[in-house]
Design a protein around this ligand. Structure first.
Ligand code: CA
Length: 437
């Protein structure tokens, strides 16, 4: 994926809030989302720019979009744009960058574009796409090893891990937009010292810090996607919280893997940051330690080895009910980097389609918990508290083994390096509600 004028770090927007050092949405980002505004009750595709949203449907009405993107820009979800493929994605990005750039948009045109702006404050962000299929992977070797140590101290990592990207099919219907409260699930769990399980509210509710990738054009059933072609099928990424009921999971996961411990809710952030926007932050794929097997040929490609990694900082913040009442801001629990993932996004996509399974525009691939080697880079409480045996102390004196009712989990992410404009992924938030009685 090549860099062009849209990545040029010195370029500025005529929307001043997009030039602020702290914004996650400068001219170089241009993420897509679906919003509802006060006056208009039809979901519209928007582009985040500073503290504003540029309404694509309104731009289409004024005939300001490239012809190839006009129909997709009018849709109430991003699926058609995702299906359109990289040539259309680039044409649209170049056009938006021109329209919003201070040096590339003449005054008369600027007035027209201004009429298509909506302040982010006061709008409601919806799910960005109709998600037909959701698959969650397990691509962090550090997460897999930490979790494996608790379950199997003698053999933390199962023998297939370094050969095959592990995943399972999740549930699309329970994916919710950031800000949607999540009810504590009920389910079966069995204490180690009891002979029978009980049914009741989950006691060990957890989050998982993940990146979600939206599929672009995809493949016909019975065909596959070669690794070299995979970037053309990856539209963009969001933050993803794979809420997890650990006590339910422990009892149900054998022999078929996650089920009700995971499918009650998955939260994603509203703005889809395109892989094109992230091009300046690509780098080598994770370097496998000496002695690890090379991936099989269908999971090997020189371009993916050289550029398959993503330098993305991903953080978890916690705001408890007590902190909220005291007017205290959220506390950062951990910070990791996506470059520590054992498998690249392209490898996950290619592996998923390698058996002829058809991936479709708007399908969502979860990366799996993003954990690094360091203790403060562990992406879930299960790992951070070693299954609750080492509780966390919060600044106000509270302790957590797992999540309490009223806790709000906030995922944040950004990409940053010298010589590039810093861009943000926004936030993925969810408050835990008490279990239904
Ligand atoms: Ca997960």
């Amino acid at each position: 994926m090549s860099l062009n004028l849209t990545h040029e770090p010195a370029r500025r927007s005529w929307i001043e809030s997009a030039n602020a050092a702290a914004t996650g949405f400068p001219l170089q980002n241009l993420p897509y989302g679906v919003f509802l505004s006060g006056e208009n009750h039809t979901p519209r595709i928007g582009v985040a720019i500073g503290d504003q949203i540029l309404n694509l449907a309104a731009l289409a009405e004024l005939d300001l979009l490239p012809a190839s993107a006009r129909a997709a820009g009018r849709q109430p979800a991003l699926n058609a744009l995702m299906a359109a493929g990289p040539a259309v994605w680039t044409a649209l990005r170049v056009r938006l960058s021109e329209l919003l750039g201070v040096d590339s948009c003449p005054a008369a045109l600027r007035t027209q574009v201004e009429s298509c702006l909506v302040p982010q404050t006061g709008t409601t962000m919806l799910l960005p796409a109709s998600i037909g299929g959701y698959t969650d992977f397990y691509a962090s070797i550090f997460h897999a090893t930490n979790v494996g140590k608790m379950l199997r101290p003698d053999q933390p990592l199962l023998p297939n891990y370094k050969w095959v990207p592990i995943g399972y099919h999740g549930r699309s219907s329970s994916i919710v937009a950031s800000g949607t409260p999540v009810r504590r699930p009920c389910g079966q769990s069995k204490a180690a010292d009891l002979s029978a399980p009980v049914f009741g509210p989950c006691k060990n509710l957890d989050y998982e810090l993940e990146l979600g990738a939206f599929v672009g054009p995809g493949n016909q059933q019975g065909t596959s996607i070669p690794l070299a072609s995979a970037p053309g099928h990856l539209f963009g990424v969001v933050l993803l919280n794979d809420w997890s009921a650990r006590d339910l999971q422990t009892w149900e996961y054998q022999p078929l893997g996650p089920f009700l411990a995971k499918n009650f809710a998955t939260t994603i952030s509203p703005w889809v940051v395109t892989l094109e926007a992230l091009a300046p932050f690509r780098g080598p794929a994770f370097a496998r330690p000496p002695g690890d097997p090379a991936p099989l040929p269908y999971l090997t490609d020189p371009a993916d080895v050289a550029q398959g990694g993503l330098n993305l900082t991903l953080e978890v913040w916690l705001l408890t009910r007590e902190m909220r009442a005291a007017g205290v801001g959220p506390h950062r629990l951990s910070s990791g980097n996506f470059s520590s993932m054992y498998w690249t996004l392209a490898q996950l996509l290619t592996h998923h389609a390698s058996n002829g399974c058809n991936l479709q525009p708007g399908d969502l691939l979860g990366s799996g918990t993003v954990s690094g080697q360091a203790k403060d880079a562990r992406g879930c409480l299960l790992e951070m508290t070693m299954r609750g045996t080492e509780p966390l102390s919060l600044p106000g004196g509270e302790e957590r083994k797992f999540l309490a009712d009223g806790d709000e989990v906030i995922l944040r992410g950004h990409a940053e390096r010298p010589g590039a404009r810093r861009i943000g992924l926004g936030e993925c938030r969810g408050v835990v509600l008490p279990a239904a009685t």
